[in-house]
Write a protein that binds this ligand. Structure first.
Ligand SMILES: [Zn+2]
Ligand SMILES: [Zn+2]
Length: 147
């Protein structure tokens, strides 16, 4: 089966070894992808353990799991990347329609592993003429767009 992170790779050759801790991401992008997969799977523990100590809150495990189960994740687009930064758009559907989280995440390599520090959020919207994030091959305005 294909990986949840839209890499087109197989799950067991992509994010699965990171999520089950048999391997560690070697780049910030791999970590970012595996964190997206963890959101889809509601794996709050993975998201918390891959965050830097100072931003790590055990309570987040529950909050993340609640959020993940209330939405359907649709698509991940990586827009830009550098050694310590990944900018992405993650699309999901909630009760009100399709939404996009556009974030520039900062990462650090510490004690032999990549960790998430924090992210800057952008107020982006889905353009009416862009391909629908639900991967229907229709334009957004002719598919999941709601007024
Ligand atoms: Zn993956
Ligand atoms: Zn759609």
């Amino acid at each position: 089966m294909k990986c949840y992170c839209d890499s087109q790779k197989k799950f067991n050759e992509c994010c699965e070894p990171f999520l089950n801790c048999s391997s560690k991401p070697s780049t910030s992008k791999e970590l970012m992808r595996s964190r997206y997969s963890a959101y889809i799977l509601g794996n709050g523990a993975y998201l918390v353990t891959t965050t830097v100590d100072e931003n790590r809150y055990e309570d987040d495990i529950k909050l993340i799991q609640e959020f993940s189960s209330s939405v359907v994740w649709l698509k991940l687009d990586i827009i830009n990347e550098a050694k310590n930064m990944v900018e992405f758009k993650a699309y999901y559907r909630d009760r009100d329609g399709v939404k996009v989280q556009h974030e520039r995440s900062n990462f650090i390599f510490k004690n032999g592993m990549w960790l998430y520090i924090d992210g800057e959020l952008f107020n982006s919207k889905i353009e009416r003429n862009e391909p629908c994030p639900c991967k229907s091959n229709k334009k957004y305005k002719k598919c999941c767009f709601k007024i």
